[in-house]
Design a protein around this ligand. Sequence first.
Ligand code: NAD
Length: 593
Amino acid sequence: MLNLVEISARELGMLKLMADFFAEKPELTAKIESYTTAYYALVTTYSENFGIPQEEAWKVFEDLQKKINQAEYVHVTAPAPLKKTLPLPREEVNMLRVLIDYFSESPKMSPAGSFLTKRPENLAEIYHWFYGSNGNGNGEVSREILQTLIDKLQTTMSIKMETLAPVFITPNPYEAALKQLDIAAAKLNLEPCVHEILKRPMRAFIVNFPVIMDDGSTRVFTGYRVQYNDALGPTKGGLRYHPELTLDEVTALAAWMTWKTAVTGLPLGGGKGGIRCNPKEMSKGELERLTRGYARAMAKFIGPFTDVPAPDVYTTAEMMAWIMDEYSEIAGYPAFGVVTGKPISVGGSLGRNEATSRGLMYTVMEAAKHLGIELKGASVAVQGYGNVGYNAARLLHDMGCKIIAVSDSKGGVHNSNGLDPKKVFEHKDKTGSVVDYPDSTFITNAQLLELECDILVPAAMENQITEANAVKIKAKIVAEGANGPVRPEADDILYKNGVFDIPDILANSGGVIVSYFEQVQNQMNFYWTEKEVRERLQNTITKAFKDVLAMSLQHNVNMRDAAYMLAVKRVADAMLARKGKTIVPAENTIVEA
Ligand code: NAD
Protein backbone atom coordinates (compact mmCIF):
# COMPACT_ATOMS: atom_id res chain seq x y z
CA MET A 1 0.00 0.00 0.00
CA LEU A 2 1.24 3.51 -0.77
CA ASN A 3 2.68 5.65 2.01
CA LEU A 4 3.58 9.31 1.79
CA VAL A 5 7.14 10.41 2.59
CA GLU A 6 8.37 13.99 2.62
CA ILE A 7 12.02 14.62 1.96
CA SER A 8 13.77 16.71 4.61
CA ALA A 9 15.21 20.20 4.12
CA ARG A 10 18.73 18.74 4.17
CA GLU A 11 17.84 16.17 1.52
CA LEU A 12 16.21 18.85 -0.60
CA GLY A 13 19.40 20.94 -0.30
CA MET A 14 21.42 17.98 -1.54
CA LEU A 15 19.13 17.38 -4.50
CA LYS A 16 19.38 21.04 -5.46
CA LEU A 17 23.14 20.71 -5.31
CA MET A 18 23.01 17.73 -7.69
CA ALA A 19 20.82 19.73 -10.06
CA ASP A 20 23.30 22.60 -9.80
CA PHE A 21 26.07 20.30 -11.12
CA PHE A 22 24.23 20.01 -14.40
CA ALA A 23 22.64 23.44 -14.57
CA GLU A 24 23.53 25.76 -17.43
CA LYS A 25 24.82 28.31 -14.94
CA PRO A 26 25.93 26.44 -11.82
CA GLU A 27 26.12 28.61 -8.74
CA LEU A 28 27.09 26.30 -5.90
CA THR A 29 29.28 23.87 -7.76
CA ALA A 30 31.16 26.13 -10.13
CA LYS A 31 34.67 25.19 -9.05
CA ILE A 32 34.67 21.47 -8.47
CA GLU A 33 36.61 20.21 -11.47
CA SER A 34 39.40 19.06 -9.20
CA TYR A 35 37.44 16.13 -7.72
CA THR A 36 37.67 12.73 -9.33
CA THR A 37 34.39 11.03 -8.51
CA ALA A 38 30.90 12.50 -8.52
CA TYR A 39 30.16 11.02 -5.10
CA TYR A 40 33.16 12.64 -3.47
CA ALA A 41 32.50 15.94 -5.25
CA LEU A 42 28.88 15.98 -4.04
CA VAL A 43 29.58 15.12 -0.43
CA THR A 44 32.49 17.56 -0.14
CA THR A 45 30.67 20.45 -1.80
CA TYR A 46 27.56 19.78 0.26
CA SER A 47 29.60 19.73 3.44
CA GLU A 48 31.29 23.02 2.50
CA ASN A 49 28.13 24.80 1.31
CA PHE A 50 25.92 23.86 4.25
CA GLY A 51 28.55 23.60 7.00
CA ILE A 52 27.65 19.98 7.74
CA PRO A 53 30.36 17.40 8.59
CA GLN A 54 31.11 14.95 5.79
CA GLU A 55 29.93 11.91 7.77
CA GLU A 56 26.53 13.56 8.13
CA ALA A 57 26.52 14.46 4.46
CA TRP A 58 27.02 10.78 3.57
CA LYS A 59 24.10 9.89 5.77
CA VAL A 60 21.91 12.53 4.07
CA PHE A 61 22.85 11.07 0.69
CA GLU A 62 22.14 7.51 1.76
CA ASP A 63 18.71 8.38 3.18
CA LEU A 64 17.85 10.36 0.08
CA GLN A 65 18.98 7.57 -2.23
CA LYS A 66 16.87 5.05 -0.33
CA LYS A 67 13.78 7.25 -0.54
CA ILE A 68 14.17 7.93 -4.25
CA ASN A 69 14.77 4.30 -5.07
CA GLN A 70 11.65 3.32 -3.12
CA ALA A 71 9.47 6.08 -4.59
CA GLU A 72 6.49 5.09 -6.74
CA TYR A 73 5.40 8.67 -7.35
CA VAL A 74 7.29 11.92 -6.80
CA HIS A 75 5.56 15.30 -6.38
CA VAL A 76 7.33 18.64 -6.47
CA THR A 77 5.86 21.90 -5.18
CA ALA A 78 6.06 24.67 -7.74
CA PRO A 79 7.32 28.07 -6.54
CA ALA A 80 5.01 31.05 -5.93
CA PRO A 81 2.63 32.18 -7.33
CA LEU A 82 1.49 28.67 -8.38
CA LYS A 83 2.68 26.82 -5.23
CA LYS A 84 0.83 23.73 -6.44
CA THR A 85 2.26 20.27 -5.87
CA LEU A 86 2.60 18.50 -9.19
CA PRO A 87 3.51 14.89 -9.94
CA LEU A 88 6.72 14.26 -11.90
CA PRO A 89 6.04 12.28 -15.07
CA ARG A 90 7.45 8.75 -15.13
CA GLU A 91 10.43 9.69 -17.34
CA GLU A 92 11.47 12.44 -14.93
CA VAL A 93 11.25 10.03 -12.00
CA ASN A 94 13.52 7.69 -13.98
CA MET A 95 15.90 10.56 -14.70
CA LEU A 96 15.92 11.36 -10.99
CA ARG A 97 17.04 7.79 -10.35
CA VAL A 98 19.79 8.21 -12.92
CA LEU A 99 20.88 11.43 -11.25
CA ILE A 100 21.03 9.91 -7.78
CA ASP A 101 22.77 6.79 -9.08
CA TYR A 102 25.34 8.94 -10.86
CA PHE A 103 26.32 10.48 -7.54
CA SER A 104 26.30 7.25 -5.54
CA GLU A 105 29.50 5.67 -4.25
CA SER A 106 29.13 2.65 -6.51
CA PRO A 107 26.86 3.59 -9.40
CA LYS A 108 24.94 0.80 -11.10
CA MET A 109 23.34 2.52 -14.04
CA SER A 110 26.30 4.25 -15.60
CA PRO A 111 28.24 1.87 -17.87
CA ALA A 112 31.29 4.08 -17.70
CA GLY A 113 31.49 4.33 -13.91
CA SER A 114 31.14 7.63 -12.17
CA PHE A 115 34.15 9.70 -13.09
CA LEU A 116 33.32 13.30 -12.60
CA THR A 117 31.90 15.02 -15.61
CA LYS A 118 29.69 18.04 -15.50
CA ARG A 119 28.40 17.54 -19.03
CA PRO A 120 24.64 16.97 -19.12
CA GLU A 121 25.15 14.86 -22.26
CA ASN A 122 26.77 12.20 -20.10
CA LEU A 123 23.76 11.93 -17.84
CA ALA A 124 21.44 11.87 -20.85
CA GLU A 125 23.57 9.06 -22.27
CA ILE A 126 23.32 7.04 -19.08
CA TYR A 127 19.56 7.51 -19.11
CA HIS A 128 19.42 6.49 -22.76
CA TRP A 129 21.65 3.49 -22.15
CA PHE A 130 19.75 2.32 -19.09
CA TYR A 131 16.13 3.02 -20.07
CA GLY A 132 16.64 2.65 -23.82
CA SER A 133 13.67 3.27 -26.09
CA ASN A 134 11.24 2.30 -23.29
CA GLY A 135 12.41 5.39 -21.52
CA ASN A 136 11.80 7.70 -24.53
CA GLY A 137 15.53 7.58 -24.68
CA ASN A 138 16.88 9.12 -27.85
CA GLY A 139 19.67 11.46 -26.89
CA GLU A 140 17.84 14.71 -27.56
CA VAL A 141 14.71 13.68 -25.70
CA SER A 142 16.86 12.56 -22.76
CA ARG A 143 18.55 15.97 -22.69
CA GLU A 144 15.16 17.67 -22.57
CA ILE A 145 13.96 15.41 -19.77
CA LEU A 146 17.11 16.17 -17.80
CA GLN A 147 16.78 19.89 -18.37
CA THR A 148 13.12 19.96 -17.25
CA LEU A 149 13.99 17.92 -14.17
CA ILE A 150 16.87 20.21 -13.26
CA ASP A 151 14.66 23.29 -13.64
CA LYS A 152 12.05 21.72 -11.37
CA LEU A 153 14.59 20.63 -8.74
CA GLN A 154 16.18 24.05 -8.67
CA THR A 155 12.92 25.90 -8.10
CA THR A 156 10.87 23.47 -6.01
CA MET A 157 9.88 24.36 -2.44
CA SER A 158 9.37 20.79 -1.25
CA ILE A 159 9.26 17.24 -2.54
CA LYS A 160 6.92 14.47 -1.48
CA MET A 161 7.01 10.86 -2.53
CA GLU A 162 4.66 7.97 -2.39
CA THR A 163 6.25 4.66 -1.62
CA LEU A 164 5.26 1.06 -1.14
CA ALA A 165 7.70 0.77 1.75
CA PRO A 166 5.97 0.66 5.15
CA VAL A 167 5.97 3.84 7.23
CA PHE A 168 5.92 3.71 11.01
CA ILE A 169 4.42 6.59 12.96
CA THR A 170 5.36 7.21 16.57
CA PRO A 171 3.62 7.37 18.90
CA ASN A 172 1.33 4.83 17.31
CA PRO A 173 -2.30 5.76 18.07
CA TYR A 174 -3.39 2.12 17.86
CA GLU A 175 -1.00 1.26 20.71
CA ALA A 176 -2.52 4.12 22.74
CA ALA A 177 -6.02 2.79 22.04
CA LEU A 178 -4.93 -0.66 23.22
CA LYS A 179 -3.55 0.78 26.47
CA GLN A 180 -6.90 2.38 27.26
CA LEU A 181 -8.63 -0.91 26.58
CA ASP A 182 -6.16 -2.73 28.85
CA ILE A 183 -6.86 -0.34 31.74
CA ALA A 184 -10.62 -0.82 31.43
CA ALA A 185 -10.23 -4.58 31.00
CA ALA A 186 -8.13 -4.87 34.16
CA LYS A 187 -10.60 -2.82 36.22
CA LEU A 188 -13.55 -4.81 34.89
CA ASN A 189 -11.87 -8.17 35.27
CA LEU A 190 -12.83 -8.74 31.65
CA GLU A 191 -13.11 -12.25 30.21
CA PRO A 192 -9.61 -12.83 28.75
CA CYS A 193 -11.02 -14.12 25.47
CA VAL A 194 -13.22 -11.06 25.05
CA HIS A 195 -10.24 -8.83 25.82
CA GLU A 196 -8.22 -10.69 23.22
CA ILE A 197 -10.92 -10.22 20.57
CA LEU A 198 -11.33 -6.53 21.40
CA LYS A 199 -7.63 -5.87 20.84
CA ARG A 200 -8.09 -6.34 17.10
CA PRO A 201 -10.43 -4.91 14.50
CA MET A 202 -13.11 -7.26 13.27
CA ARG A 203 -12.45 -6.30 9.62
CA ALA A 204 -10.15 -3.92 7.77
CA PHE A 205 -10.42 -3.09 4.07
CA ILE A 206 -7.72 -1.53 1.92
CA VAL A 207 -8.64 -0.40 -1.56
CA ASN A 208 -6.50 1.11 -4.30
CA PHE A 209 -8.42 2.95 -6.97
CA PRO A 210 -7.58 5.23 -9.91
CA VAL A 211 -8.54 8.89 -10.17
CA ILE A 212 -8.12 11.00 -13.30
CA MET A 213 -6.44 14.24 -12.29
CA ASP A 214 -7.08 17.63 -13.86
CA ASP A 215 -3.81 17.46 -15.83
CA GLY A 216 -4.98 14.27 -17.54
CA SER A 217 -2.74 11.92 -15.53
CA THR A 218 -4.11 8.98 -13.59
CA ARG A 219 -3.21 8.57 -9.94
CA VAL A 220 -3.89 5.59 -7.77
CA PHE A 221 -5.09 6.38 -4.24
CA THR A 222 -5.26 4.13 -1.20
CA GLY A 223 -8.40 4.10 0.91
CA TYR A 224 -9.15 2.33 4.18
CA ARG A 225 -12.22 1.28 6.08
CA VAL A 226 -11.98 -0.44 9.45
CA GLN A 227 -15.02 -2.05 11.07
CA TYR A 228 -13.72 -2.50 14.58
CA ASN A 229 -16.62 -4.14 16.36
CA ASP A 230 -20.30 -4.61 15.53
CA ALA A 231 -21.54 -6.41 18.64
CA LEU A 232 -23.92 -3.55 19.44
CA GLY A 233 -25.06 -2.82 15.88
CA PRO A 234 -23.91 -1.62 12.45
CA THR A 235 -20.52 0.08 12.57
CA LYS A 236 -20.42 3.86 12.38
CA GLY A 237 -17.62 6.38 12.04
CA GLY A 238 -16.13 9.19 10.02
CA LEU A 239 -14.12 9.35 6.84
CA ARG A 240 -10.83 11.24 6.99
CA TYR A 241 -8.72 12.62 4.12
CA HIS A 242 -5.10 13.10 5.13
CA PRO A 243 -1.73 12.71 3.38
CA GLU A 244 -0.22 10.81 6.31
CA LEU A 245 -3.13 8.55 7.13
CA THR A 246 -2.14 5.00 8.11
CA LEU A 247 -4.10 1.84 8.70
CA ASP A 248 -3.05 1.93 12.37
CA GLU A 249 -4.47 5.42 12.77
CA VAL A 250 -7.77 4.42 11.16
CA THR A 251 -7.87 1.33 13.38
CA ALA A 252 -7.33 3.41 16.54
CA LEU A 253 -10.07 5.84 15.48
CA ALA A 254 -12.40 2.91 14.77
CA ALA A 255 -11.70 1.51 18.26
CA TRP A 256 -12.50 4.92 19.81
CA MET A 257 -15.77 5.04 17.85
CA THR A 258 -16.64 1.63 19.28
CA TRP A 259 -16.29 3.03 22.81
CA LYS A 260 -18.02 6.30 21.95
CA THR A 261 -21.16 4.70 20.52
CA ALA A 262 -21.22 2.18 23.37
CA VAL A 263 -20.86 4.75 26.15
CA THR A 264 -23.71 6.82 24.75
CA GLY A 265 -25.91 3.72 24.62
CA LEU A 266 -26.41 3.82 20.84
CA PRO A 267 -27.26 0.54 19.08
CA LEU A 268 -24.14 0.93 16.90
CA GLY A 269 -20.64 -0.45 16.60
CA GLY A 270 -17.49 1.47 15.75
CA GLY A 271 -15.77 2.05 12.42
CA LYS A 272 -13.63 4.59 10.64
CA GLY A 273 -12.24 5.18 7.18
CA GLY A 274 -10.12 7.45 5.12
CA ILE A 275 -8.02 8.11 2.07
CA ARG A 276 -4.32 8.94 1.90
CA CYS A 277 -4.44 12.17 -0.07
CA ASN A 278 -3.79 15.85 0.35
CA PRO A 279 -7.18 17.50 -0.14
CA LYS A 280 -5.62 20.99 0.12
CA GLU A 281 -3.76 20.34 -3.12
CA MET A 282 -6.70 18.91 -5.04
CA SER A 283 -9.33 20.74 -7.07
CA LYS A 284 -13.02 20.27 -6.34
CA GLY A 285 -13.38 18.11 -9.43
CA GLU A 286 -10.49 15.88 -8.34
CA LEU A 287 -12.00 15.59 -4.85
CA GLU A 288 -15.35 14.58 -6.31
CA ARG A 289 -13.76 11.90 -8.53
CA LEU A 290 -11.71 10.72 -5.54
CA THR A 291 -14.75 10.50 -3.26
CA ARG A 292 -16.87 8.74 -5.86
CA GLY A 293 -13.99 6.34 -6.60
CA TYR A 294 -13.73 5.47 -2.92
CA ALA A 295 -17.51 4.97 -2.69
CA ARG A 296 -17.44 2.58 -5.66
CA ALA A 297 -14.47 0.67 -4.26
CA MET A 298 -16.09 0.34 -0.82
CA ALA A 299 -19.69 -0.14 -1.95
CA LYS A 300 -19.66 -3.86 -1.20
CA PHE A 301 -18.51 -3.31 2.36
CA ILE A 302 -20.58 -0.35 3.57
CA GLY A 303 -24.36 0.09 3.69
CA PRO A 304 -27.25 1.46 5.75
CA PHE A 305 -27.45 -1.79 7.73
CA THR A 306 -23.76 -2.68 7.89
CA ASP A 307 -21.41 0.30 8.14
CA VAL A 308 -22.27 4.00 7.87
CA PRO A 309 -19.52 6.61 7.24
CA ALA A 310 -19.80 10.32 8.13
CA PRO A 311 -17.65 13.45 7.72
CA ASP A 312 -14.39 13.78 9.66
CA VAL A 313 -11.16 15.72 9.09
CA TYR A 314 -11.28 17.43 5.63
CA THR A 315 -14.48 15.71 4.52
CA THR A 316 -17.72 17.62 4.08
CA ALA A 317 -21.51 17.28 3.83
CA GLU A 318 -21.20 17.68 0.06
CA MET A 319 -18.84 14.70 -0.12
CA MET A 320 -21.34 12.63 1.87
CA ALA A 321 -23.95 13.47 -0.78
CA TRP A 322 -21.56 12.20 -3.50
CA ILE A 323 -21.00 8.94 -1.61
CA MET A 324 -24.72 8.50 -1.07
CA ASP A 325 -25.39 9.14 -4.76
CA GLU A 326 -22.68 6.74 -5.96
CA TYR A 327 -23.80 4.01 -3.55
CA SER A 328 -27.46 4.53 -4.53
CA GLU A 329 -26.60 4.03 -8.22
CA ILE A 330 -24.97 0.70 -7.34
CA ALA A 331 -27.70 -0.40 -4.90
CA GLY A 332 -30.47 0.57 -7.31
CA TYR A 333 -32.49 2.68 -4.88
CA PRO A 334 -32.01 6.04 -3.10
CA ALA A 335 -30.00 4.75 -0.13
CA PHE A 336 -29.93 7.92 1.96
CA GLY A 337 -28.94 5.98 5.10
CA VAL A 338 -25.55 4.83 3.77
CA VAL A 339 -23.83 7.95 5.17
CA THR A 340 -24.70 10.65 7.70
CA GLY A 341 -23.74 14.31 7.93
CA LYS A 342 -25.43 14.92 4.56
CA PRO A 343 -26.94 18.23 3.44
CA ILE A 344 -30.52 18.68 4.71
CA SER A 345 -31.82 18.55 1.11
CA VAL A 346 -30.73 14.90 0.73
CA GLY A 347 -31.63 13.34 4.07
CA GLY A 348 -29.46 15.26 6.53
CA SER A 349 -30.84 15.83 10.02
CA LEU A 350 -31.80 19.18 11.44
CA GLY A 351 -29.57 20.10 14.37
CA ARG A 352 -26.54 18.12 13.14
CA ASN A 353 -24.33 21.19 12.69
CA GLU A 354 -24.36 22.23 16.33
CA ALA A 355 -24.98 18.74 17.77
CA THR A 356 -21.49 18.19 19.23
CA SER A 357 -21.57 21.49 21.11
CA ARG A 358 -25.19 21.11 22.21
CA GLY A 359 -24.38 17.65 23.58
CA LEU A 360 -21.35 19.13 25.36
CA MET A 361 -23.59 21.79 26.89
CA TYR A 362 -25.97 19.11 28.24
CA THR A 363 -23.04 17.24 29.86
CA VAL A 364 -21.82 20.50 31.41
CA MET A 365 -25.33 21.06 32.84
CA GLU A 366 -25.23 17.62 34.46
CA ALA A 367 -21.72 18.08 35.81
CA ALA A 368 -22.66 21.46 37.29
CA LYS A 369 -25.72 19.90 38.92
CA HIS A 370 -23.56 17.13 40.38
CA LEU A 371 -20.96 19.58 41.71
CA GLY A 372 -23.47 22.17 42.89
CA ILE A 373 -22.21 24.89 40.54
CA GLU A 374 -24.67 27.60 39.50
CA LEU A 375 -24.39 27.96 35.71
CA LYS A 376 -25.88 31.43 35.61
CA GLY A 377 -22.83 33.69 35.69
CA ALA A 378 -20.37 30.76 35.69
CA SER A 379 -17.14 31.74 33.90
CA VAL A 380 -16.11 29.80 30.79
CA ALA A 381 -12.88 29.64 28.74
CA VAL A 382 -12.97 28.00 25.30
CA GLN A 383 -9.90 26.90 23.38
CA GLY A 384 -10.54 26.65 19.61
CA TYR A 385 -13.20 28.70 17.84
CA GLY A 386 -14.32 26.40 15.04
CA ASN A 387 -17.51 24.39 14.79
CA VAL A 388 -17.28 22.89 18.29
CA GLY A 389 -15.67 25.79 20.17
CA TYR A 390 -17.81 28.59 18.75
CA ASN A 391 -21.10 26.74 19.12
CA ALA A 392 -20.19 25.66 22.68
CA ALA A 393 -19.41 29.29 23.61
CA ARG A 394 -22.65 30.49 22.00
CA LEU A 395 -24.84 27.86 23.66
CA LEU A 396 -23.27 28.24 27.11
CA HIS A 397 -23.61 32.02 26.77
CA ASP A 398 -27.30 31.61 25.89
CA MET A 399 -27.69 29.64 29.13
CA GLY A 400 -26.35 32.55 31.16
CA CYS A 401 -22.67 31.60 31.44
CA LYS A 402 -20.03 34.31 31.12
CA ILE A 403 -17.52 33.58 28.32
CA ILE A 404 -14.34 35.16 29.66
CA ALA A 405 -11.86 33.87 27.06
CA VAL A 406 -11.76 32.21 23.64
CA SER A 407 -8.92 31.38 21.27
CA ASP A 408 -7.93 29.99 17.90
CA SER A 409 -4.66 28.90 16.34
CA LYS A 410 -3.37 32.51 16.32
CA GLY A 411 -3.96 33.16 20.03
CA GLY A 412 -6.74 34.14 22.40
CA VAL A 413 -8.75 37.04 23.80
CA HIS A 414 -9.72 37.63 27.43
CA ASN A 415 -12.22 39.86 29.18
CA SER A 416 -13.19 38.97 32.74
CA ASN A 417 -16.47 40.88 32.31
CA GLY A 418 -17.47 38.55 29.49
CA LEU A 419 -17.34 38.41 25.69
CA ASP A 420 -20.24 38.21 23.24
CA PRO A 421 -19.55 34.95 21.34
CA LYS A 422 -21.52 35.94 18.25
CA LYS A 423 -19.71 39.26 17.93
CA VAL A 424 -16.34 37.53 18.43
CA PHE A 425 -17.33 35.10 15.68
CA GLU A 426 -18.19 37.98 13.33
CA HIS A 427 -14.80 39.52 14.13
CA LYS A 428 -13.06 36.21 13.34
CA ASP A 429 -15.07 35.90 10.14
CA LYS A 430 -13.92 39.36 9.06
CA THR A 431 -10.29 39.28 10.19
CA GLY A 432 -9.44 35.59 10.19
CA SER A 433 -8.88 35.36 13.95
CA VAL A 434 -10.46 36.13 17.33
CA VAL A 435 -7.27 38.05 18.17
CA ASP A 436 -7.64 41.87 18.37
CA TYR A 437 -11.33 41.65 19.23
CA PRO A 438 -12.24 45.06 20.74
CA ASP A 439 -12.48 45.34 24.54
CA SER A 440 -10.28 42.35 25.17
CA THR A 441 -6.68 41.61 26.04
CA PHE A 442 -4.50 39.12 24.21
CA ILE A 443 -3.66 35.81 25.90
CA THR A 444 -1.84 32.79 24.59
CA ASN A 445 -3.47 29.41 24.24
CA ALA A 446 -1.35 28.15 27.12
CA GLN A 447 -2.50 31.01 29.37
CA LEU A 448 -6.14 30.40 28.45
CA LEU A 449 -5.95 26.84 29.74
CA GLU A 450 -4.65 28.04 33.10
CA LEU A 451 -7.23 30.81 33.65
CA GLU A 452 -9.24 31.05 36.85
CA CYS A 453 -12.67 29.90 35.61
CA ASP A 454 -15.52 27.50 36.36
CA ILE A 455 -15.59 25.68 33.02
CA LEU A 456 -12.81 25.03 30.53
CA VAL A 457 -13.68 23.71 27.07
CA PRO A 458 -10.64 22.51 25.09
CA ALA A 459 -12.15 22.34 21.59
CA ALA A 460 -9.14 22.57 19.28
CA MET A 461 -6.49 19.90 19.32
CA GLU A 462 -5.23 16.83 21.10
CA ASN A 463 -2.54 16.86 23.85
CA GLN A 464 -3.29 20.31 25.31
CA ILE A 465 -3.43 19.38 29.00
CA THR A 466 -0.32 17.44 29.87
CA GLU A 467 1.69 16.28 32.84
CA ALA A 468 3.40 19.70 32.74
CA ASN A 469 0.36 22.00 32.96
CA ALA A 470 -2.31 19.79 34.57
CA VAL A 471 -1.40 21.04 38.02
CA LYS A 472 -2.04 24.63 36.88
CA ILE A 473 -5.59 24.00 35.64
CA LYS A 474 -7.93 25.97 37.89
CA ALA A 475 -11.25 25.21 36.18
CA LYS A 476 -13.79 23.22 38.20
CA ILE A 477 -15.09 21.42 35.10
CA VAL A 478 -13.15 20.48 31.96
CA ALA A 479 -15.46 19.48 29.09
CA GLU A 480 -13.46 17.87 26.27
CA GLY A 481 -14.88 19.22 23.01
CA ALA A 482 -11.81 18.08 21.05
CA ASN A 483 -10.72 14.48 20.71
CA GLY A 484 -7.85 13.64 23.07
CA PRO A 485 -7.07 17.12 24.52
CA VAL A 486 -5.98 15.63 27.86
CA ARG A 487 -2.90 13.36 27.97
CA PRO A 488 -3.32 10.14 29.97
CA GLU A 489 -0.61 11.26 32.46
CA ALA A 490 -2.65 14.41 33.19
CA ASP A 491 -5.82 12.49 34.06
CA ASP A 492 -4.72 11.47 37.53
CA ILE A 493 -3.39 14.95 38.35
CA LEU A 494 -6.71 16.56 37.43
CA TYR A 495 -8.64 13.93 39.38
CA LYS A 496 -6.50 14.34 42.50
CA ASN A 497 -6.83 18.14 42.28
CA GLY A 498 -10.60 17.86 42.21
CA VAL A 499 -11.00 18.99 38.58
CA PHE A 500 -14.06 17.26 37.15
CA ASP A 501 -13.09 16.16 33.64
CA ILE A 502 -15.82 15.06 31.21
CA PRO A 503 -13.93 12.81 28.76
CA ASP A 504 -14.12 13.28 24.99
CA ILE A 505 -15.98 10.04 24.27
CA LEU A 506 -18.82 11.43 26.38
CA ALA A 507 -18.54 15.24 26.14
CA ASN A 508 -18.29 15.42 22.34
CA SER A 509 -20.55 12.47 21.53
CA GLY A 510 -23.47 14.75 20.53
CA GLY A 511 -22.24 14.60 16.92
CA VAL A 512 -22.47 10.84 16.63
CA ILE A 513 -25.77 10.78 18.54
CA VAL A 514 -27.42 13.09 16.00
CA SER A 515 -25.72 11.13 13.21
CA TYR A 516 -27.52 8.10 14.56
CA PHE A 517 -30.77 10.10 14.53
CA GLU A 518 -30.08 10.90 10.89
CA GLN A 519 -29.72 7.16 10.16
CA VAL A 520 -33.01 6.45 11.95
CA GLN A 521 -34.85 9.22 10.06
CA ASN A 522 -33.42 7.94 6.75
CA GLN A 523 -34.59 4.41 7.49
CA MET A 524 -38.08 5.58 8.46
CA ASN A 525 -38.07 8.13 5.64
CA PHE A 526 -39.77 10.39 8.15
CA TYR A 527 -38.07 13.51 9.45
CA TRP A 528 -38.07 15.16 12.87
CA THR A 529 -38.28 18.82 13.83
CA GLU A 530 -35.22 20.50 15.32
CA LYS A 531 -37.02 20.55 18.68
CA GLU A 532 -37.47 16.76 18.55
CA VAL A 533 -33.81 16.27 17.66
CA ARG A 534 -32.70 18.45 20.60
CA GLU A 535 -34.98 16.68 23.09
CA ARG A 536 -33.80 13.25 22.01
CA LEU A 537 -30.17 14.39 22.11
CA GLN A 538 -30.61 15.72 25.63
CA ASN A 539 -32.28 12.50 26.82
CA THR A 540 -29.61 10.28 25.27
CA ILE A 541 -26.53 12.18 26.41
CA THR A 542 -27.93 12.91 29.88
CA LYS A 543 -28.56 9.23 30.44
CA ALA A 544 -25.03 8.45 29.24
CA PHE A 545 -23.60 11.05 31.63
CA LYS A 546 -25.54 9.59 34.55
CA ASP A 547 -24.42 6.06 33.71
CA VAL A 548 -20.75 7.13 33.57
CA LEU A 549 -21.04 9.13 36.79
CA ALA A 550 -22.60 6.14 38.58
CA MET A 551 -19.73 3.92 37.36
CA SER A 552 -17.19 6.52 38.48
CA LEU A 553 -18.69 6.76 41.97
CA GLN A 554 -19.18 3.02 42.32
CA HIS A 555 -15.57 2.17 41.42
CA ASN A 556 -13.98 5.35 42.72
CA VAL A 557 -12.34 6.12 39.37
CA ASN A 558 -12.19 9.25 37.22
CA MET A 559 -14.83 9.88 34.55
CA ARG A 560 -12.58 8.74 31.69
CA ASP A 561 -11.84 5.36 33.23
CA ALA A 562 -15.52 5.06 34.11
CA ALA A 563 -16.57 5.87 30.53
CA TYR A 564 -14.18 3.26 29.11
CA MET A 565 -15.26 0.68 31.67
CA LEU A 566 -18.92 1.25 30.83
CA ALA A 567 -18.27 1.14 27.09
CA VAL A 568 -16.09 -1.96 27.18
CA LYS A 569 -18.56 -3.71 29.47
CA ARG A 570 -21.48 -2.96 27.14
CA VAL A 571 -19.59 -4.27 24.11
CA ALA A 572 -18.36 -7.32 26.03
CA ASP A 573 -21.85 -8.12 27.33
CA ALA A 574 -23.25 -7.89 23.80
CA MET A 575 -20.49 -10.15 22.45
CA LEU A 576 -21.13 -12.73 25.15
CA ALA A 577 -24.90 -12.52 24.69
CA ARG A 578 -24.52 -13.04 20.95
CA LYS A 579 -21.66 -15.53 20.77
CA GLY A 580 -21.70 -17.10 24.24
CA LYS A 581 -19.82 -20.35 24.40
CA THR A 582 -18.56 -20.05 20.85
CA ILE A 583 -15.99 -17.54 22.06
CA VAL A 584 -15.45 -18.54 25.72
CA PRO A 585 -13.41 -21.73 25.97
CA ALA A 586 -14.18 -24.08 28.87
CA GLU A 587 -10.79 -23.54 30.49
CA ASN A 588 -10.72 -19.91 29.47
CA THR A 589 -7.23 -20.22 28.05
CA ILE A 590 -6.24 -18.13 25.09
CA VAL A 591 -3.29 -18.96 22.94
CA GLU A 592 -1.81 -15.90 21.21
CA ALA A 593 -2.00 -16.21 17.43
P1 NAD B 1 -12.65 23.26 13.29
O1 NAD B 1 -11.63 23.06 12.25
O2 NAD B 1 -13.99 23.82 12.89
O3 NAD B 1 -12.05 24.24 14.42
C1 NAD B 1 -10.82 24.05 15.03
C2 NAD B 1 -10.46 25.31 15.81
O4 NAD B 1 -9.28 25.07 16.55
C3 NAD B 1 -10.18 26.53 14.93
O5 NAD B 1 -10.70 27.68 15.54
C4 NAD B 1 -8.65 26.60 14.92
O6 NAD B 1 -8.17 27.91 14.72
C5 NAD B 1 -8.36 26.13 16.33
N1 NAD B 1 -6.99 25.65 16.48
C6 NAD B 1 -6.26 24.90 15.64
N2 NAD B 1 -5.03 24.70 16.16
C7 NAD B 1 -5.02 25.32 17.35
C8 NAD B 1 -4.05 25.48 18.36
N3 NAD B 1 -2.84 24.94 18.23
N4 NAD B 1 -4.38 26.18 19.46
C9 NAD B 1 -5.61 26.72 19.59
N5 NAD B 1 -6.57 26.62 18.67
C10 NAD B 1 -6.27 25.92 17.56
O7 NAD B 1 -12.80 21.86 14.02
P2 NAD B 1 -14.01 21.35 14.91
O8 NAD B 1 -14.97 20.59 14.07
O9 NAD B 1 -14.51 22.45 15.78
O10 NAD B 1 -13.24 20.25 15.80
C11 NAD B 1 -12.45 20.63 16.91
C12 NAD B 1 -12.12 19.39 17.70
O11 NAD B 1 -13.32 18.73 18.08
C13 NAD B 1 -11.31 18.32 16.96
O12 NAD B 1 -10.48 17.65 17.89
C14 NAD B 1 -12.37 17.36 16.47
O13 NAD B 1 -11.83 16.07 16.23
C15 NAD B 1 -13.30 17.38 17.65
N6 NAD B 1 -14.65 16.93 17.34
C16 NAD B 1 -15.41 17.57 16.42
C17 NAD B 1 -16.71 17.14 16.19
C18 NAD B 1 -17.60 17.85 15.21
O14 NAD B 1 -18.77 17.48 15.12
N7 NAD B 1 -17.15 18.89 14.52
C19 NAD B 1 -17.22 16.02 16.87
C20 NAD B 1 -16.42 15.40 17.82
C21 NAD B 1 -15.14 15.86 18.06
